[in-house]
Design a binder for this molecule. Structure first.
Ligand SMILES: C[S@@+](CC[C@H](N)C(=O)[O-])C[C@H]1O[C@@H](n2cnc3c(N)ncnc32)[C@H](O)[C@@H]1O
Length: 274
């Protein structure tokens, strides 16, 4: 089957039907969440400090939810109204913007402490209109991203490059915009688990983070589980527990967002009967 970005422009491909999959297809949701967790790990943020982050091509807000679960505040931008509608339905905490990354980012210089992007970057390598020049669009995007990040911030993109030319294209435009970094390939020997992460750094040249294992390790290595264990060790409440929900509601209140009152029922397990 042809790649999604060859079928239609993103704002057309990500219509209501496609967007619905991001709430209903558990396999898809699981993959998005795992890739988001790995991207955040590659951001190498200081422990236990909430940061202001960008989610580029934030779509239905699955990746954003992972950011907020880890205590961060985020702003998301996406070109598809259907995907953003789903994000709103899911009541994500992040602020959502409708926009085309290829037009550049409309943010104040140095405003963000980092950025993640899950499965969106390959779309920018496509010329969906005759007037589109992918090289120019990528450069515009990366240079605006560079300027809205604080110095020492990183941006991590999980993406699906079509070939080595595309990897070269995105990397060269990012470097031209001022970034350091390169591509980290997790599980390079596994057809299924292989994942590409473009890791961009602002504060000068630094070694790239280590990639995760090879095919033989994929079954034994679970960075999600490792993260959960670390989280428990640091005394953070487990996801979906009453404490976790109370913390999340408190964060929403601090952000001035409408939030239901806490009651004795908050976070209580449902019986499954209606
Ligand atoms: C695979 S989805 C990402 C899903 C997202 N991480 C989530 O949690 O739902 C890719 C997203 O990239 C967005 N996208 C593609 N090209 C874009 C562009 N030029 N500007 C902004 N968003 C774009 C699409 O609309 C889509 O929502």
């Amino acid at each position: 089957m042809s790649r999604p970005e060859h079928q239609a422009p993103p704002e057309v491909f990500y219509n209501e039907d496609e967007a619905r999959k991001y709430t209903q297809n558990s396999r898809m949701i699981d993959i998005q969440v795992k890739m988001s967790e790995r991207a955040i790990e590659l951001l190498a943020l200081p422990d236990d400090e909430p940061r202001l982050l960008l989610d580029l091509g934030c779509g239905s807000g699955l990746s954003g939810s992972v950011l907020e679960d880890q205590g961060h505040v985020w702003v998301g931008i996406d070109i598809s109204t259907a995907m953003l509608d789903v994000a709103q339905e899911r009541e994500v905490e992040g602020d959502l913007l409708l926009g085309d990354l290829g037009h550049g980012l409309p943010f104040r210089a140095g405003a963000f402490d980092g950025a993640v992007s899950i499965s969106a970057l390959q779309w920018l390598c496509n010329a969906d209109r005759t007037s589109y020049n992918p090289t120019k669009r990528l450069y515009k995007f990366f240079s605006s991203l560079y300027s809205c990040l604080s110095r020492s911030a990183r941006a991590v993109f999980q993406f699906y490059p079509e070939n080595s030319d595309q990897m070269e294209l995105v990397t060269s435009q990012a470097m031209k915009a001022g970034f350091y970094g390169g591509i980290v390939v997790d599980f390079p020997n596994s057809t299924k688990a292989k994942k590409f992460f473009l890791v961009l750094m602002t504060g000068g040249a630094a070694p790239l983070p280590k990639a995760l294992g090879d095919a033989s390790e994929t079954e034994g290595v679970s960075y999600t589980n490792k993260r959960e264990q670390l989280k428990k060790m640091r005394g953070k409440p487990l996801k979906k527990s009453r404490d976790w929900i109370l913390e999340k509601k408190e964060r929403r209140r601090k952000q001035g967002k409408p939030t239901r009152q806490d009651t004795k029922y908050t976070g209580r397990k449902r019986s499954g009967r209606f």
